[in-house]
Design a protein around this ligand. Structure first.
Ligand SMILES: C[S@@+](CC[C@H](N)C(=O)[O-])C[C@H]1O[C@@H](n2cnc3c(N)ncnc32)[C@H](O)[C@@H]1O
Length: 390
């Protein structure tokens, strides 16, 4: 059998095990690239709202990250992983165990051990993991944004973005369910870009959850705004619109949730500021670059020796920029969580600040000033914005 056919027939075996409910688990291990931060992936069948899905646990050294896929999506993801990113794949079914070994040169060999005694199929009903997935099929926007083909199948080049979308919906669904009045939500997505995540969020809230959501994507680039509006129209997403504007000038009306993902440098501060002054219930930002603080930062005494290393200086800039953002949010009555948005292998810009409005205003001014003075920072841009709006 040719090497391509080994993989093809192995994928068919996986598909057969799934459809005949014989699949116990699949483990992808021994990453092809030793610098891969994911050490292995464990895949198990689960029932979510009576629908059979596959749950992927991506195991990093320090954490696990779970994403649930429909069977069609899972098979597409597996196609892009087995023998491509992993040198070993083990498939355990009720009737046999399979081991696929791959080499870096693309050779594959499959060994099968039949089980003497059949194992019982897994009791899927006992898994209570929540469904938060985006359906691939029939989603025009996923096709137009280059994530799926016309048949609704995940494209290889769309996989990273799709994983990002999944994780984003997973994180936001939890936060949104905690909002006071979550049957009708006004959301603004600042620096929406091409709108991958804006469309996915609308799809999740309105199509799947039947929530009356209005989402506005604010974006400087007029061509992207025109594309977004056109796609929203042909998709029938009547509560989604894109507006060409600068975050600094945009005046949100009844803002419940503010989102700004990878908005450049101080655009993240402009967005957070809009959220705070509009009293948004939820502010979600994934910062991008940190130029403002980098230009101001000047390490004093003990830190000077460390800051001569470019990478340490860069990390320190991120820590100070985003750490001070978190503290300023706390000072303005928000409870802040800092999480990893997606695995570092997808983008190094993977930090997310999730801030929920509370009535607890932190008295942290002295601490903020102390941290700034350690690093010669006169003003964080968010501070300047907050001062001018007082
Ligand atoms: C890196 S892209 C991120 C796109 C999208 N949020 C995502 O995560 O896929 C950042 C976008 O923010 C836009 N942007 C930057 N500064 C802005 C500003 N002041 N007002 C509006 N949009 C801005 C850029 O044009 C760009 O499209």
């Amino acid at each position: 059998m040719s090497d391509n056919n080994v993989i093809k027939s192995f994928l068919e075996t996986i598909n057969m095990c799934i459809t005949q409910q014989k699949l116990l688990k699949i483990i992808l291990s021994n990453p092809l690239n030793s610098s891969n931060l994911i050490k292995n992936i464990l895949i198990k069948p689960i029932l979510l709202k009576d629908k059979l899905m596959l749950s992927f646990t991506y195991r990093y050294v320090t954490k696990d990250q779970v994403t649930n896929f429909s069977i069609a999506e899972a098979l597409e993801v597996l196609k892009g992983e087995i023998g491509v990113n992993w040198l070993q794949t083990n498939l355990f079914s009720t009737e046999a165990d399979y081991q696929l070994l791959s080499t870096k040169k693309g050779k594959h060999s499959l060994v099968v051990h039949k089980n003497k005694n059949k194992t019982s199929p897994p009791d899927l009903k006992h898994d209570h993991t929540k469904s938060r997935s985006i359906e691939l099929n029939g989603q025009l926007y996923l096709n137009k944004l280059g994530i799926t083909n016309l048949k609704g199948e995940l494209l290889k080049e769309g996989q990273k973005k799709f994983k990002q979308i999944h994780r984003y919906i997973e994180l936001l669904s939890e936060e949104l369910s905690g909002l006071k009045n979550n049957d009708s939500i006004n959301i603004v997505d600042f620096g929406a870009g091409k709108g991958y995540l804006t469309f996915a969020l609308y799809d999740y809230l309105v199509q799947q959850k039947k929530i009356n959501a209005n989402i506005v994507g604010v974006e400087l680039r007029e061509n992207l705004v025109a594309l977004g509006n056109n796609l929203a129209k042909v998709s029938g997403f009547s509560g989604l619109q894109f507006i060409a504007d600068d975050i600094a000038n945009f005046k949100p009306q009844n803002l419940d949730v503010l989102i700004a993902l990878h908005a450049c440098d101080i655009a993240t501060d402009l967005a957070i500021h809009k959220g705070i002054v509009s009293n948004a219930q939820l502010i979600v930002v994934a910062p991008c670059c940190h130029k403002q603080i980098r230009n101001e930062m000047e390490a004093h005494s003990d830190f000077k020796e460390l800051m001569k290393f470019g990478l340490f200086k860069e990390r320190q800039c991120e820590l100070l920029t985003d750490g001070l953002r978190a503290m300023l949010l706390e000072k303005n009555g928000y409870k802040v969580k800092v999480v990893e948005f997606v695995g570092l292998e997808h983008t190094p810009k993977n930090l997310m600040l999730i801030a929920s409005k509370t009535n607890n205003y932190s008295n942290n001014e002295v601490k903020i000033q102390a941290i700034k003075s350690q690093f010669g920072i006169k003003k964080h841009y968010l501070e300047t914005l907050l001062e001018t709006s007082n």
